[in-house]
Ligand binder design. Structure first.
Ligand code: NAI
Ligand code: MG
Length: 326
């Protein structure tokens, strides 16, 4: 079976780290057909459009998409691309690796963030010179879909359960619905859960990150708290993510185009290669995903390393070492 993969490198270091991840995928014994699409600042300059229709269609029809990063046009690219795969959950692991300086080396958790609604549902108005408003939308259906994904994720990955993060003590109607729906679905699936208020979570995760494994949260809370966790594990260069929909998914590093180092072949490819590991796992190749992860982890620990981790290796040098270890 051949898997069709849309590859959208985008701008800046996206052009360097995305081919690196494709190189790793090509080293596996899985049949892929890669189809490249353009998106971002450069194509906008050329054509007037940051996300050409054909790139959108590529993501909307491929089995999975690997995306690098876009520059100033990031929002015009990534939001429609997430929509193209109908993504309802953003999966963001934050793990500290041996050999990498981390504020909290014991951190190893994964955020499952609601990806369509909450305060990001787009209902914002400027009513008068003085007043602007925002409507926060929470639906039972989206909360249920997220919770069902979380239960499956916990079972598939041998976790004991998950933690629901919310602020239902204040946002009683919206987060109340979120919390109650998630709890109900967990109960139906015999999955253990506990709950932490989102502000308290921010403190707890800094002080004792090993208390948490899988964290289920509404959109904004997931956005902010997963960036906070990124800080605990040593920054952006290592964090992968997945935007998962019912039939397809899009995988991307958490970082952006890194204009300060773009074009120098010194970008760390680890986040994008770890995103590729999530991609193959999504397609059902758990062993291959684990093998990529292990090759990356060994390379982070033993080198070669890029300069963000104190080394002097190039993007290609690190990629070659990872492919060799595969
Ligand atoms: P950034 O993530 O591009 O860079 C922040 C810092 O981290 C820089 O010093 C950079 O050199 C370093 N860094 C990031 N990834 C790295 C890697 N793989 N290896 C080594 N060092 C790395 O964030 P910034 O500077 O806020 O944004 C730059 C551009 O990227 C902006 O135009 C922004 O709009 C865009 N962006 C796009 C995203 C996306 O497409 N999903 C996400 C975040 C930012
Ligand atoms: Mg964010």
């Amino acid at each position: 079976m051949t898997h069709e993969i849309a590859v959208i490198p985008g701008d800046g270091i996206g052009q360097e780290v995305t081919p690196a991840a494709v190189e790793v995928l090509e080293a596996l014994e899985i049949e892929f057909e890669f189809r490249e699409g353009e998106a971002g600042d450069a194509v906008k300059e050329e054509t007037g459009e940051a996300l050409p229709q054909e790139t959108y269609d590529l993501a909307a029809s491929a089995d999975a998409t690997l995306f690098g990063a876009a520059g100033e046009t990031a929002a015009d690219v990534i939001l429609p691309l997430r929509e193209a795969v109908d993504s309802f959950v953003n999966v963001r692991p934050a793990k500290a690796y041996p050999g990498v300086d981390a504020v909290r080396p014991e951190t190893d958790l994964v955020f499952l963030r609601e990806n369509t609604e909450g305060v990001y549902s787009g209902h914002e108005d400027r009513l008068t010179d003085d007043v602007a408003t925002l409507t926060r939308v929470v639906t039972e259906s989206a909360s249920r879909q997220l919770a069902e994904f979380a239960c499956e994720y916990v079972a598939d990955n041998d976790y004991d359960g998950f933690t629901t993060v919310h602020k239902a003590n204040v946002m009683r109607a919206t987060d109340g619905l979120f919390r109650d729906t998630v709890a109900e679905v967990a109960d139906e699936n015999d999955i253990e859960t506990d709950e932490v208020l989102m502000d308290a979570f921010a403190t707890h995760v800094c002080l004792e990150p090993d208390q948490f494994d899988v964290v289920v949260c509404p959109n904004l809370a997931g956005d902010v708290l997963s960036d906070l966790a990124a800080g605990l594990v040593g920054g952006l260069g290592l964090l992968p993510s997945a935007n998962v929909g019912p039939d397809r998914a899009l995988f991307e590093p958490v970082h952006g185009t890194a204009p300060d180092i773009a074009g120098k072949s010194v970008a760390n490819p680890a986040a994008t290669i770890l995103s590729a590991a999530m991609l193959v796992e999504y397609l059902g190749y758990d062993e291959e995903g684990a093998a990529i992860r292990e090759a990356v982890e060994t390379t982070l620990e033993e080198g070669p390393r890029t300069s963000d981790l104190g080394g002097d290796a190039s993007t290609g040098g690190v990629t070659e070492a990872i492919v060799d270890r595969l």
